[in-house]
Ligand binder design. Structure first.
Ligand code: ADP
Ligand code: MG
Length: 327
């Protein structure tokens, strides 16, 4: 079991930031609206994620740590229509095969918390009572302690932390309704309060994508049948400085999808010189059964059932706004 898990870990757990991404997605899937992240030494030493989500019952703790155990997909039909961020049941098993992982949790209907850790080669799970409010804490210590080859690929503490920060920025942009905090070596470096107004949302956008972006970007808001595109777009000619943020979400999931980038480039054709890039934060939403997210292990890419339609919809939505504001 250990070896199979370590092989799977190669796909999911590339570096500390990928652990943070998987664990925060689990917290979001659990319905948390407060997620606190504590990092030590760029994540080499410790990655701790605490949430106030629905928790994991005592009897399910061992299962949560085992491979291909997911509570999110019950049938093959569900695979056609994925609404949760996770669905492979691999993250916790993978992480616990390459680090010391302690899972502590309490669901609302359980009077005390329980703590589980996977131990030894056979990953037997040891379960103990613990103190914890409703929600879950995942504590990942000594990442890659047992896979020296992997550890060698880790960059400096500072670089790994920057990757973690970028993961948080991307996720924070997709969930304005959730509060996040991020600590590094005991110091709070980011605090995103919950946003309950357009004003507070723009404030978060300004923190993440920059003040100029938040003030100057064109608002995108378009729909066609079940397709919806919302967000902000800053053409370089409306900006003084180069704005680098390029954030794309499909049904709340962050993406680097080729088709979408192609549509964006096409909308800008002839409108920007090659030296400067547009910045954007775009949210595409469509029916979950119109998109296949089960394509890429890290889930960066999707497959649209009606690719042409999606492409042209995005192109038109952006082209409309650009023609209107730039010519
Ligand atoms: P997946 O997210 O693909 O289902 P994971 O290995 O990431 O697989 O998690 C396994 C299971 O553990 C999840 O399906 C869920 O039931 C449970 N779980 C993990 N993290 C949390 C959390 N923060 N809160 C509640 N349940 C969790
Ligand atoms: Mg998961």
């Amino acid at each position: 079991a250990q070896l199979a898990n370590q092989i799977a870990a190669g796909e999911v757990v590339e570096r500390p930031a990928s652990v943070v991404k998987e664990l925060v997605e689990n917290s979001l899937d659990a319905g948390a609206d407060q997620i606190d992240i504590e990092i030590e030494k760029g994540g080499h030493k410790r990655i701790l994620i605490r949430d106030n989500g629905k928790g994991i019952a005592r009897d399910e703790l061992g299962l949560a740590l085992s491979r291909h155990a997911t509570s999110k997909i019950g049938t093959l039909d569900d695979l056609e229509c994925i609404v949760s961020l996770g669905f492979r049941g691999e993250a916790l098993a993978s992480v616990s095969s390459v680090a010391r992982l302690i899972l502590t949790s309490r669901p609302p209907n359980q009077s005390e918390a329980w703590q589980a850790r996977a131990e030894g080669r056979d990953m037997a799970v040891d379960i103990q009572p613990a103190a914890h409010p409703v929600g879950t804490t995942v504590d990942v210590v000594d990442l890659f302690y047992n896979t020296p080859a992997r550890r060698k690929f880790l960059r400096t503490e500072k670089t790994e932390f920057q990757h973690i920060d970028e993961v948080l920025r991307r996720i924070a942009l997709s969930r304005f309704d959730v509060a996040f905090s991020l600590k590094h070596n005991g110091k709070v470096l980011r605090r995103f309060p919950r946003c309950n107004s357009e004003d507070t949302r723009l404030k978060r956008v300004a923190t993440i994508a920059g003040n100029e972006f938040a003030q100057q970007a064109l608002v995108i808001h378009s729909d066609y049948q079940s397709l919806k595109l919302d967000g902000w777009l800053l053409p370089p000619q409306l900006a003084r400085a180069q704005n680098d943020g390029q954030y794309v979400y499909v049904n709340g999931r962050m993406m680097r999808d080729k088709l979408i980038y192609h549509a964006i480039r096409q909308a800008f054709e002839g409108l920007v010189d090659e030296q400067r890039y547009p910045a954007f934060v775009l949210f595409l939403s469509l029916d979950a059964d119109q998109v296949d997210v089960n394509v890429h292990p890290a889930k960066h890419e999707v497959r649209f059932h009606q690719a042409r339609l999606v492409h042209d919809f995005i192109y038109r939505a952006l082209d409309d706004v650009l023609q209107h504001n730039l010519t």
